[in-house]
Design a binder for this molecule. Structure first.
Ligand code: ZN
Length: 535
């Protein structure tokens, strides 16, 4: 941002604050810390911006999510092979993928009006553009959002027809409300503000085109979006390498290895879960957008002529996966990309979006990448990356369908979706209604009286036995009511309580998380009882 550039002073955000449910996010962030799901990274040193650590229950939840994805996309299919590629790759990979070119040539082209802009001067260009000057002038001293809408419907239409604010005023204004909440309405940063004026339905801050207001693409990813490091102990002679910005390339470069080692027939796919790194310009919203993140990606190779049908199949399969794992389908939608949103090589793409407290945002993108990737790697490596079809006796480049989901943002969606508050006997109960597969703890064993060694002994014995077959915890650090609350807050499916009676009748009380119904169950039948319900 040029020196001295300040966002115009306005007071018009308050009236739309309620559009973004910031308090729900606050509650979830607080619960995650309080109960040991997610902590701020290196918090004792003041943290590191937008980096988060998964605690004891967080890592169980995350592992359960990844396990469910792997089971459904690798183990339960005959046509997909699992992989785990290295994070650091030969830098040629990033030349072929196009990630490095933009380093040497940091230009960006507007897909809507075809104008080119120098990337490192883009904010000056925006600031000096006709539409920005006009908008800023309109906003000086404004007191409500009406001026934005009015501008969008009049001058905006002529000066910046492709600006999100002009195309979808209501949606855009809700992002600004959220931003305002975060910065308490003062000293709103110009880039942040303009980024949200340009944000599309996903609420992600974007760079608006200085000419037409359209969203500038990030497929020309500038190199400062890649994190660098060095191979070799002496910096001067070391090789510069990059933390991968996506897991996809690790699969493309192994295409020939899979053909030669597994001899698959089309269609077939590769699947991988792993960390990726991007120097995001605008990280935020807790674990939604971070610079270090985990992806779960599939590269599915198909005959070009069947690519449209396969894309459709994958969009439906991936949408259904979230629902099967417990997401309420009212909070999930499929949004096909507009032509001007597509990466230059992509034929089509749809996002699976979740309605977060900060608005509808992408959980997963499912794209038809055509034959771009294999052709690029063939050209940069000099290797034959074609597929030989022994029926037609022809060689060709398969098309690639890519379902690419974010692990961390899925975790956030499942947390938001599972979070429920209800009043039980005049008290607030907070419960995370995770599905059976996702619940970090399946059963908690609680002694009713912690000063009775026989009760404590029996409870510990039961929990040790459960641990062989499921994630179980033992807790005796409070009164029973408090212990139940604590388990509800982490989404534990069943609580088993051992009481005085248990010593005589060899039965315990099993409490169901969702119904809160209690049942006396014979200790000898207990494990079978639980395992049946956990299936
Ligand atoms: Zn443009």
């Amino acid at each position: 941002m040029p020196q001295g550039m300040k966002a115009p002073k306005t007071h018009f955000f308050k009236d739309v604050d309620s559009m973004a449910d910031a308090s729900l996010m606050d509650k979830i962030v607080s619960l995650c810390k309080r109960r040991g799901f997610i902590f701020q990274s290196s918090e004792i040193y003041g943290g590191l911006a937008n980096t988060w650590d998964y605690g004891p229950f967080g890592v169980e939840l995350k592992n359960n999510l990844k396990r469910a994805w792997w089971a459904s996309n690798v183990h339960q299919r005959d046509d997909i092979y699992g992989m785990d590629a290295a994070i650091l790759m030969n830098p040629k990979t990033w030349e072929a993928s196009g990630h490095l070119q933009s380093f040497a040539d940091p230009f960006v082209k507007c897909p809507a009006c075809s104008n080119f802009f120098k990337f490192d001067k883009i904010w000056d260009e925006i600031w000096n553009s006709d539409w920005c000057r006009s908008l800023v002038e309109t906003m000086e001293g404004a007191k409500d959002t009406a001026v934005l809408i009015k501008w969008a419907k009049s001058k905006g239409k002529d000066l910046a027809p492709n600006l999100s604010l002009v195309k979808e005023p209501a949606v855009t204004i809700s992002w600004i409300a959220e931003l305002h909440h975060k910065f308490d309405g003062v000293n709103l940063d110009f880039k942040n503000f303009m980024g949200h004026i340009a944000a599309s339905a996903d609420g992600v801050s974007r760079i608006p085109c200085p000419s037409c207001g359209g969203i500038l693409p990030d497929n020309s990813m500038p190199a400062n979006l890649m994190l660098e490091t060095y191979f070799g102990p002496v910096r001067e002679t070391a090789q510069k390498v990059y933390f991968r910005p996506e897991t996809a390339q690790g699969m493309f470069v192994n295409f020939i290895n899979i053909l030669d080692s597994r001899h698959p027939k089309l269609p077939f796919g590769l699947a991988q879960i792993g960390k990726s790194f991007r120097n995001e310009i605008t990280p935020g919203n807790f674990i939604f957008r971070t610079r270090e993140f985990e992806q779960m990606e599939i590269e599915y190779f198909v005959r070009p002529e069947e690519s449209d049908a396969k894309l459709k199949e994958w969009i439906e399969a991936r949408y259904q996966w979230y629902i099967d794992l417990g997401i309420n389908k009212d909070n999930l939608r499929i949004r096909p990309h507009d032509k001007d949103e597509l990466a230059h090589y992509a034929r089509a793409c749809s996002d699976i979006e979740y309605e977060f407290p900060f608005g509808w945002s992408e959980l997963e993108g499912v794209a038809n990448r055509a034959d771009f990737d294999l052709k690029q790697h063939a050209s940069f490596s000099g290797k034959d990356m074609t597929y030989y079809d022994d029926v037609s006796k022809q060689r060709f480049y398969p098309y690639i369908i890519e379902p690419s989901g974010g692990v961390d943002r899925s975790i956030l969606a499942f947390l938001v979706d599972a979070y429920h508050e209800e009043i039980v006997r005049d008290e607030k109960r907070v419960v995370l209604r995770f599905s059976k597969a996702l619940a970090p703890v399946k059963v908690a064993v609680l002694p009713l009286l912690r000063n009775r060694p026989e009760i404590v002994g029996l409870a510990k014995e039961l929990s040790h036995d459960f641990k062989k077959d499921m994630v179980a915890v033992y807790d005796d650090t409070g009164a029973i009511g408090k212990l139940y609350r604590r388990q509800d807050e982490v989404g534990t499916l069943y609580c088993v309580t051992v009481d005085v009676q248990s010593l005589e009748d060899k039965k315990v009380t099993v409490r169901d998380r969702d119904t809160m119904q209690q049942e006396r169950v014979e200790i000898s039948q207990l494990k079978t009882y639980l395992l049946e319900r956990l299936k």
